[in-house]
Design a protein around this ligand. Structure first.
Ligand SMILES: Nc1ncnc2c1ncn2[C@@H]1O[C@H](COP(=O)(O)OP(=O)(O)OP(=O)(O)O)[C@@H](O)[C@H]1O
Length: 269
């Protein structure tokens, strides 16, 4: 079983982190959040509440306007000093259409100058982890949307990350494919001892996946509530039809409605 681990070291420490975009949009009020090693944390909230902004700041893709953000005690851009690595998976698979699956997955290793033989072995491992070994030589257009997303995840895993940041990775997929990828992701999380921060709009996905859900509200973006999903792993499809699942989903739905109401009322004022 793997749930919230208060005694595990802090993987992510966010203290008073605020973001104002150059056009003056205050995307995030100062937020505080600690994510412990091994947690699966979901950021949930209405559109525009700053989920992506927060995740991109954790990844070092955006600079906070103020505040402090550490990964394993190091500044975001010094993560390698801690011996940890992060990978970011976007909503769209963003694959190079002219290159094979194998070449797409190898890209981060090619950019890092990893020798070819080692890179190819790591690509093979990453493709095996996402169940795509047979498609190494295929072009992206020959794959379904779900398979393309698996390629994108393999491209993240190939750097052997300890922190996986995912921005609505399965939002564009049909429900059955999404459930399958959610279940596979949980397996990977456990197998690889990952720390995951996952952005979604889906209450059901957040309950199924997370050890903790962080609810955000918009205008300005902020954290409003947190929920521990205190249920054992591995989580099976049976969990999704259990009384406990409905109970968590209802609490999150009420919270999301409150967060959305705040947003609507502030927009009207
Ligand atoms: N590059 C940018 N320049 C100016 N404003 C931006 C920029 N990117 C995002 N914003 C604004 O910042 C706020 C937070 O955006 P963000 O994309 O982080 O929210 P989100 O919760 O991820 O939204 P969604 O769920 O719709 O993806 C929104 O008001 C958005 O319009």
């Amino acid at each position: 079983m793997k749930t919230d681990q208060p005694s595990a070291p802090a993987a992510i420490e966010i203290r008073g982190v605020q973001k104002t975009y150059p056009n003056g949009t205050v995307a995030l009020q100062p937020v505080d959040l600690t994510v412990r090693e091994g947690e699966f944390v979901t950021l949930l909230g209405p559109s525009g509440c700053g989920k992506s902004t927060l995740l991109k700041m954790v990844a070092g893709l955006l600079e906070p306007t103020s505040g402090r953000l550490n990964l394993w005690g190091q500044g975001v851009n010094q993560l390698d000093k801690s011996g940890h690595r992060l990978a970011f998976v976007f909503q769209a698979p963003t694959l190079m259409p002219w290159a094979t699956v194998q070449t797409n997955v190898r890209l981060p290793l090619d950019l890092a100058g990893v020798p070819r033989a080692e890179a190819d072995a790591r690509v093979a491992d990453a493709l095996a982890l996402v169940g795509l070994s047979r498609f190494a030589k295929a072009l992206p257009r020959a794959l379904s949307g779900g398979m393309q997303m698996r390629v994108s995840i393999a491209r993240g895993l190939v750097v052997e990350p300890t922190l996986l940041l995912m921005d609505e990775p399965f939002g564009a997929l049909d429900e059955i494919t999404r459930h399958k990828l959610d279940a596979d992701l949980l397996e990977l999380w456990q197998k690889k001892n990952l720390t995951v921060v996952f952005v979604t709009h889906s209450i059901h996905e957040s309950v199924f996946l997370s050890s903790r859900v962080v609810m955000m509200a918009a205008r300005p973006g902020r954290i409003v509530e947190e929920f521990a999903i205190d249920q054992p792993y591995p989580r099976t499809p049976d969990f999704m039809v259990s009384t406990e699942f409905s109970h968590y989903a209802k609490r999150l739905q009420d919270s999301l409605l409150r967060a959305s109401r705040d947003t609507t009322e502030e927009a009207r004022a």
